[in-house]
Design a protein around this ligand. Structure first.
Ligand code: NAP
Ligand code: MG
Length: 404
């Protein structure tokens, strides 16, 4: 066999939990280490080790990502009350994804993998739509109150010299009611905008953004203005050179355009829009097992992962000794995404070619009708063979061998 592909800079490897942790090892053993002299800096983000290190390992892994520029992450458990007892935790540790996102100041981009037989609910969507959600502020950091009849609610801002500015929200003369205060930060909106513009350049796809600036003439309008200003000053020339467009419209208009589109663009969303629309897109494209995710920082650092979780139900079956049929594709594409990016940054074309071949082999496998149980339920292919996870990966390897 030919020499293994050599890497120069290590990839930051963030291991995780449950079924995806098992799949992680299988992917490395069956599809990566036979071909690549895999160079990673390993961080064990499994819940046991997060607990042992008081979650310091999560912080360290994010710092390493900043240093090296590319990470690949396995799905991890976000603890809840039940996990506290299951893992005998010292504390209810925060979501690792939240911690990493905060340190990298990143934006998450989700993109579906399209394969024959898994048809989007919208038949015109022949290309993937990538969705980006601004993950700071708005209603997710709100302050709200119930208000009794006879009360008057105002917005009050005290500036650094102690001067107050007041604006009436509502005079509750005739009824009880509710109020809500929300905020966002120019810094956060700017980071979001830059991450989106960078990603669009990287993917060579148009970028769409929408808000409700006609109704929210100060708040939403600020988003529109910041995007426009950054585009004009920093990205316009680069977009023109790449032959791509930045397009702004109203949120309701964008929905109509998305539904009628053929896909193939990036859709940037405010926090709430992204929360709702990412679930809509994931469902409409078919399968969580085929949804990829990458966190991009405004400085151009990338962390790749699958959009799904640790697939707990399958893991409990695995612990009983059963062979599970879990879809490894989104986790595998996290690896190929990260390896390709590493190859681009370090000028290792063999690494990029390997990533392309591995993705192609994966898609061929599914289009040959070989897939996991959940995917087979959705697939319209006439002939399907449901396989366990390991066989799935072995079948991919058979096709990979022919491609390289
Ligand atoms: P999940 O792990 O995504 O699984 C939900 C269900 O979706 C599974 O039970 C399975 O359905 C199906 N599914 C998801 N991925 C699949 C795959 N690769 N192959 C086949 N089927 C798949 O979500 P969850 O059950 O809500 O969360 C489990 C744990 O993951 C939680 O502890 C949560 O904190 C964590 N989580 C982590 C991340 C992350 O690290 N990014 C994201 C989400 C959740 P069936 O059972 O019907 O087969
Ligand atoms: Mg949601």
């Amino acid at each position: 066999m030919a020499d293994k592909i050599r890497m120069t800079t290590p990839l930051v490897e963030m291991d995780g939990d449950e079924m995806t942790r098992i799949i992680w090892q299988m992917i490395k053993d069956i599809l990566l280490t036979p071909y690549i002299d895999l160079k990673t800096e390993y961080y064990d983000l499994g819940l046991v080790h997060r607990n042992e290190t008081d979650d310091q390992v999560t912080i360290d892994s994010a710092e390493a990502t900043k240093k090296y520029g590319v990470a690949v992450k396995c799905a991890t458990i976000t603890p809840n009350a039940q996990r506290m007892t299951e893992y005998n935790l010292k504390e209810m540790w925060k979501s690792p994804n939240g911690t990493i996102r905060a340190i990298l100041d990143g934006t998450v981009f989700r993109k579906p993998i399209l394969v024959k037989g898994i048809n989007p609910y919208i038949p015109t969507w022949t290309k993937p739509i990538t969705i980006a959600r601004h993950a700071y502020g708005d209603i997710y950091k709100n302050t709200e109150m119930k208000v009794e009849i006879g009360s008057k609610a105002e917005l009050v801002v005290t500036d650094k010299d102690g001067n107050e500015t007041r604006k009436l929200i509502h005079d509750f003369k005739n009824s009880d009611g509710v109020i809500q205060g929300v905020h966002n930060l120019d810094d956060s909106i700017s980071s979001f905008a830059r991450a989106c513009f960078n990603y669009a350049l990287d993917a060579k796809e148009d970028l769409w953004f929408a808000s409700k600036d006609t109704i929210s003439k100060t708040y939403d309008h600020r988003f529109k203005d910041i995007f426009a200003e950054i585009y004009e000053n920093e990205y316009k020339a680069k977009f023109e050179a790449a032959g791509i467009e930045y397009f702004y419209t109203l949120i309701d208009d964008v929905i109509a355009r998305v539904i009628r589109s053929e896909g193939g663009f990036i859709w940037a969303c405010k926090n709430y829009d992204g929360d709702v629309m990412s679930d809509m897109l994931a469902t409409a494209y078919g399968s969580l097992g085929l949804m990829t995710s990458v966190l991009v920082s405004p400085s151009g650092v990338y962390e790749y992962e699958a959009a799904h979780g640790t697939v707990t139900r399958h893991y409990y079956n695995h612990l009983k000794g059963e062979k599970t049929s879990t879809n490894p594709i989104a986790t595998l594409f996290a690896w190929t995404g990260a390896l390709r990016k590493r190859g681009e940054l370090d000028n290792i074309s063999e690494l990029c070619k390997f990533a392309d071949a591995l993705e192609k082999a994966s898609i061929q496998t599914m289009e040959d009708g070989i897939m996991d149980k959940n995917l087979s339920i959705l697939s319209t292919l006439p002939e399907k063979r449901v396989v366990d996870t390991e066989t799935f990966l072995v079948e991919i390897n058979e096709r990979l061998k022919k491609l390289i």
